[in-house]
Design a binder for this molecule. Structure first.
Ligand SMILES: [Mg+2]
Length: 204
């Protein structure tokens, strides 16, 4: 006989990957860039999520560098964000956790490999929204449309433009504090958080 526990509603929490679960901009990508170009950017220099506004050059050049990084060995050493594993493990007991990333679908294998390094067997699904596709082979989608379709009830992201997009369809967002998402005021439904410990407290 089915237990009522199994039938009870499990809240659907949507989670971003880069700089929420694993460190990207502030560590391996920055190290990759500095090593390649002899620069000395630091985490606090990343005042924008649009990397060309930090590095200079065009959007296309920045996207090319990110794609090169994603396919590099440095990517495969990306550390988990502090306390993410512990918090995620707790949340997975009573919630359904889905990942919605800006990454392209063709990064699936590399993405699963790094996620399995830190978070094996925890997530229910991963959706790639293909934000960086250069051709029309893969469908580019907004995170908000994917979240709506999945019935996501709350989302965790570090990119302000994604947080605004998701909040605009009525889904509350926890914005993981980073140098690139600073702003004087946050729209309704977006709450700034500073750590996975804080997120766990809010969602428990
Ligand atoms: Mg991110």
């Amino acid at each position: 006989m089915a237990s009522t526990d199994n039938e009870s509603h499990r809240r659907i929490i949507g989670i971003d990957i880069d700089d929420v679960l694993i460190s990207t901009h502030s560590k391996p990508l920055n190290d990759f860039y500095n090593a390649k170009f002899g620069t000395s950017w630091k985490k606090e220099d990343y005042h924008s999520h649009n990397l060309e506004e930090v590095w200079g050059g065009t959007r296309e050049e920045a996207v090319d560098i990110v794609n090169e990084y994603l396919n590099s060995q440095e990517h495969d050493k990306s550390p988990a964000i502090e306390y993410a594993k512990e918090a995620i493990t707790q949340l997975a007991k009573h919630n359904s956790l889905v990942l919605v990333t800006a990454r392209n679908q063709d990064m699936e294998e590399k993405t699963l490999t790094i996620l399995n390094t830190h978070f094996i067997g925890i997530f229910n699904k991963i959706y790639f929204t293909n934000q960086f596709v250069k051709d029309s082979k893969a469908e580019k989608r907004s995170k908000s449309s994917v979240c709506k379709e999945l019935g996501v009830e709350i989302f965790i992201d570090d990119a302000l433009h994604n947080a605004e997009d998701i909040a605009s369809v009525g889904i509350p967002v926890l914005l993981f504090d980073q140098p690139w998402n600073q702003t004087d005021t946050l729209p309704p439904l977006i709450t700034r958080v500073h750590s996975w410990k804080e997120i766990l407290k809010k969602l428990s």
